[in-house]
Design a protein around this ligand. Structure first.
Ligand code: ZN
Length: 363
């Protein structure tokens, strides 16, 4: 691809043609247009890859029931054990739900539905046009369980090319371009194919200057292992987002070590206010007040420039029409709570606007 910017001998690296821009499904926009942003969401997703049978035989029938008032509490508690709950496939619902976020002052939303969990570029474009929201679409591949036969056999270079194509030319023949690499799914233990995909994602980051967003495995050691690999492969840790911090890192010392890498730290499960965590029953899902405390800790350690916020909506029970909190939970409820606890306005602006803007702006 021809470089857009002439390079001087002192700056020999060719600039990507999206350089200094943010790449949305409607095309590149100026960084200043990002505004309030959620950095890890799913507007449409088929998340049945996490579907698990209820452990009690007497509850097996719950798996295929449609979500209703009668089973809502059960589904909230066992949210991975109900198929209907894991399918967000209705566009009018997505539009209505995300419009509330727009009305609450939100202007940008990063949809990191990667290949393997139902990414739909055309639908994201229609939702962006219907709502006026800037939508940044992900690229790359989710966890091993969702990998296609092609992906299992492909080389690092072939996988990298597929990601670069999404960013440079758009997905398939749609012309709709990805503005972020992710979420790149990594399990614990980390599988060989997932290693290949992350190495390819790093290569794509190096070539395009795009941000890279990682879903770590559920172990406190995972984030550092992954970030060390990104660095080893020549990736830019300051252009890398470590996701799901709150459900992965419970130890402040480890959190400080991960922060010291310079990567962005995504507190991206706001609204998941249910301590039972069916994907990791030996631990727990922190509540919103613990997320806020983690952010206060990071701000106190001088890490405010690395904090990002999101809800990671990926199931019906998180949507308002199914009794959930919706995409506007952070602006309408969490930010006022942060303010009430004394968080400074410049730090609130940092995590809500400045950090996502810097993260999403191509090198
Ligand atoms: Zn996600």
């Amino acid at each position: 691809m021809a470089p857009e910017v002439m390079t001087s001998p002192s700056h020999p690296v060719p600039k990507h043609r999206a350089a200094r821009k943010v790449l949305t499904v409607q095309g590149p926009i100026e960084s200043a247009k990002v505004g309030v942003a959620l950095t890890h969401e799913h507007l449409l997703i088929d998340f049945t890859t996490v579907l698990t049978e209820p452990s009690a035989a007497s509850q097996r029938g719950m798996m295929d029931q449609p979500l209703s008032m009668e089973n809502l509490w059960w589904v909230r508690y066992n949210w991975t054990s109900n198929r209907d709950n894991l399918l967000l496939l209705d566009e009018p619902t997505a539009i209505a739900e995300v419009q509330d976020y727009f009305r609450a002052g939100g202007t940008t939303l990063v949809d990191v539905t990667s290949v393997g969990i139902g990414r739909d570029p055309q639908a994201l474009l229609r939702i962006s046009r219907a709502t006026g929201l800037n939508i940044v679409m992900g690229s790359g591949y989710y966890i091993d369980k969702t990998h296609s036969d092609w992906l299992r056999k492909a080389s690092v270079d072939e996988v990298a090319r597929s990601i670069i194509k999404d960013i440079d030319d758009g997905v398939d023949s749609t012309g709709i371009r990805s503005g972020i690499i992710g979420e790149i799914g990594c399990s614990w233990p980390w599988t060989d194919n997932e290693k290949k995909v992350l190495e390819a994602a790093v290569a794509a980051q190096r070539e395009t200057g795009a941000p890279l967003l990682i879903h770590p495995g559920r172990d406190q050691r995972a984030p550092l292992e992954l970030l060390n690999a990104v660095e080893k492969w020549g990736g830019d840790l300051r252009r890398t987002v470590m996701g799901h911090i709150e459900r992965t890192i419970y130890d402040r010392g480890i959190l400080a070590e991960v922060a010291a890498t310079g990567a962005y730290l995504n507190l991206d499960l706001f609204g998941h206010d249910e301590s039972h965590y069916p994907l990791a029953v030996d631990t727990y899902m922190p509540a919103d007040h613990e997320r806020i405390e983690q952010i206060e800790y990071l701000v106190g350690e001088g890490r405010s420039k690395q904090v990002l916020l999101a809800h990671d909506v990926c199931s019906k029970h998180r949507l308002k029409r199914y009794g959930g909190h919706g995409y506007d939970h952070i602006p309408t409820r969490i930010i006022p709570r942060m303010r009430a606890r004394g968080m400074h306005e410049e730090d609130i602006r940092m995590v809500l606007v400045d950090n996502p803007t810097r993260m999403l702006t191509f090198n």
